[in-house]
Write a protein that binds this ligand. Structure first.
Ligand code: FE2
Ligand code: FE2
Length: 199
């Protein structure tokens, strides 16, 4: 992997300066939420799990629709590698729905959750090590920055901030289990790309 700074144009030093920064920050939040779910009980655990479901749903869908196709198109990342990441995301989405159906209090949840955590963490590391640096090198910095509003809009589909009062959060959650978040994020990204033909 070559070391390259000439494409950054000073943009990626700020928080969430471009799509890679944004997705990497989401990876940090995802890892933190995995830890919080594993280490907590009761309402805190339920709340952390809900936030994890929501963030993973929008994050992986945005990567599937936006980032991996871009990586493939760049020609700097092997198509086989991108296909592996896409397959991992499909599997993660299935497991996420299984875990969501079980709920964090169910018997067997912990074992399945730990396996899921290992897979998602490894998946994110592959993206960070194998894919993101190549995207930085091959995609113009301005293009990577221009994707941030779309990623923010996707995240807004499923707010993941901790909630002091559970009433509105519960209503939000009831309105947006993982499956509908996948669909809503996909629609949003596709619509945004449709508005920018040729991308
Ligand atoms: Fe991913
Ligand atoms: Fe990711």
């Amino acid at each position: 992997m070559t070391n390259s700074t000439e494409h950054d144009a000073g943009a990626s030093t700020t928080s969430a300066g471009d799509a890679i920064d944004f997705l990497t920050e989401q990876h940090h939040t995802i890892r933190d939420l995995f830890t919080e779910v594993a280490d907590s009980t009761g309402e805190q655990r339920r709340s952390a799990f809900e936030r994890l479901v929501r963030l993973l749903a929008v994050h992986e869908t945005a990567e599937e629709q936006l980032v991996h196709p871009l990586a493939k198109k760049s020609g700097h990342v092997s198509a086989d590698m991108v296909d592996l990441r896409l397959a991992e995301e499909r599997e993660a989405k299935d497991t996420l729905q299984d875990l969501e159906r079980m709920g964090p209090e169910a018997q067997g949840f912990d074992t399945m959750f730990e396996q899921f955590r290992g897979k998602v963490t490894a998946h994110a590391r592959h993206e960070e090590v194998d894919e993101f640096p190549s995207l930085r090198e091959s995609v113009p910095a301005e293009r990577l920055r221009s994707l941030v509003p779309m990623l923010k809009a996707a995240e807004a589909v499923a707010p993941t901030h901790p909630h002091p009062g559970t009433e509105s959060a519960a209503a939000n959650y009831a309105a947006g289990p993982a499956l509908s978040l996948f669909d809503r994020t996909k629609d949003l990204v596709r619509k945004a790309l449709g508005d920018r033909p040729g991308e």
